[in-house]
Design a protein around this ligand. Sequence first.
Ligand code: SAH
Ligand code: SF4
Length: 353
Amino acid sequence: MTDLYRLLPEEMEQLVVDMGYPRYRADQILLPLYYKFPKELDDIPQLPKRLREELTATGYTIGSAKEIHRVVSNDGDTTKLLLGMTDNSSVETVLMQYEPAVIGGHPRSTVCVSTQIGCAMGCVFCATGQMGFETNLKAEHIVSQVIHFAEMLQQRDEHITNLVFMGMGEPMANYDEMIRAVKILTHDRGFGLGQRHVTVSTIGIRSGIKRLAEEDLQIGLAISLHAPNDKLRRKLVPTASPNSVEEIIQDGRDYFKKTGRRVTFEYALMAGINDSPEIATELAKLLRGNGSHVNLIPINPTAGDFERPHENNVLEFKQILSDAGVNCTIRVEKGTEISAACGQLRTDLATQS
Ligand code: SAH
Ligand code: SF4
């Protein structure tokens, strides 16, 4: 069985040509797939019946995700779904909506997709890391997460504006499937989202960052740093040992040089662990002068015993970075009370939220 959501538009074209049909038949499949969300081939009536039958007979399907569970935050801005995939796996995915910048405008709707079930990186503060690694998601299952929300939003006359690879898993540890999904979702004959509206977040897998820089894509990169030195970082990210902080920062600079896209360093702030003014000063020294952007994320509660720093400490930390000329923002968290925020995704707990 091959899910048509797995195919790049060029591959779809090749498929219909190999079956003896003209190229334009590919667009007659692609357009409905990404704008009308059919559930089966017979939902595409403009396609000749014979082609539909041949596709089915050769094992092509449309593998839509099924909603198993939905939780919506009190303010209605965050929706977390547990989706069942065609291979019977289930995965969490989140939609975050932000007020329109102008009256009457469309809200910003960001989908936070998962690339793996669980994660092997074992970050001590992350619920996904603590559940361990289960499996890599296929590209079609990454795409399905977006399609599911796209269909939901279409019913409200809204659409997805941004995509972040910040759900469950480490995108670079599932590089081939992740990048296939990125290409399908940003292809102008696929889902068609602007490359600049897509961000991939990584714990700092160097080979992945280098490969991404070579892709000739305009997508954003976020590197989860969390500490200004290796000693502290290895405590928080136990699998970080092969990559030093210096090397990861250098990779970020190289990515910027190659793509022109600025890299964001994510920094989850934990009270008494990595939030002191001394550590802020060390981080500022490391990052100043190279145009980096730091996104501070006051830690979200998980099963671990890490606590969110007091707001004043967060502001002081930010001030130290800003004073050193390091561009810095504090992430506005969404969906914490429904366990849909950064680091809180964990399949086995989803149905209890
Ligand atoms: N594996 C990738 C992408 C998924 S995690 C990565 O680590 O970058 C997405 C972001 O959520 C990362 O910056 C991660 O550090 C952050 N995160 C993980 N656990 C968190 C928690 N408990 N509170 C706040 N942010 C967390
Ligand atoms: Fe994996 Fe990212 Fe969580 Fe670390 S923070 S365990 S890399 S998902």
